[in-house]
Design a protein around this ligand. Structure first.
Ligand code: SAH
Length: 213
């Protein structure tokens, strides 16, 4: 897949913009500097790939804005070999960022069309998550639990209980909560029963829907 010097130049500019917007985690910024985001979008949108904007992908879904991807990734405080569950594979871009940060990524998508498309795309880019799953993220992935962290990339009306249950003690769950607009929420698991909650302002996501499609 084509990745030119022009693309690299645009990515460097995007990284500078993300730094100006307050992203400080070097592993996040270096992953974004390396990943050819234009390959995750329809070719007609390729020229827009390095603007800090969300864009339409297949099945009426969107690839998240780079700032949102960076912000969520930073909140996870990823360490090498962390086992991470992503809900909402979509284009696979967020998944790719986590893979390049050294995480072992499991990612669930409820739209079969996107699941298939992304399953073909990532190996072509030499990006290898542990597993992509066609399923309902509300249920998490009990057979692979517990996870060091869990990231939800669609707007959730509430925190699905299975996701809290599948988090390690000390683990982090990043989830945008709300209907029309979402509050970025971080839960840190303190022990078997207690979670500490932090909130980080408004974001906009497509909705987290139940069951497969
Ligand atoms: N992380 C993606 C963002 C895609 S938008 C990216 O980087 O491109 C959110 C995605 O969540 C959509 O693809 C949508 O189909 C998916 N989704 C919505 N509800 C879901 C659910 N219950 N389980 C799994 N995926 C879901």
């Amino acid at each position: 897949m084509r990745d030119t010097q022009k693309h690299q130049g645009l990515r460097n500019k995007l990284v500078t913009l993300l730094e100006e917007k307050g992203i400080t985690d070097k592993t996040v910024l270096e992953a974004i500097r390396k990943i050819p985001r234009h390959n995750f979008m329809e070719s007609s949108f390729e020229d827009f790939a390095y603007q800090d904007k969300a864009f339409p992908i297949a099945a009426g879904q969107t690839i998240s804005q780079p700032y949102t991807v960076a912000f969520q990734s930073q909140l996870l405080e990823v360490k090498k070999d962390d086992k991470i569950l992503e809900i909402g594979t979509g284009s696979g871009y967020q998944c790719a960022v986590l893979c390049l940060m050294g995480a072992k990524v499991f990612s669930i998508e409820r739209q079969n069309e996107l699941f298939k498309k992304t399953s073909l795309l990532l190996p072509k880019l030499n990006i290898r998550p542990k597993r992509l799953i066609f399923g309902d993220g509300y249920k998490g992935l009990p057979e692979e639990a517990p996870f060091d962290s869990i990231i939800v990339t669609a707007g959730a009306p509430f925190i699905p209980e299975p996701l809290m249950a599948q988090l390690k003690v000390g683990g982090r769950l990043v989830i945008p909560l709300g209907d029309k607009e979402q509050i970025m929420t971080l839960l840190i698991r303190k022990n078997e029963t207690q979670f500490e909650k932090h909130e980080f302002g408004e974001f906009r996501f497509v909705p987290l829907l139940e069951d497969k499609n």
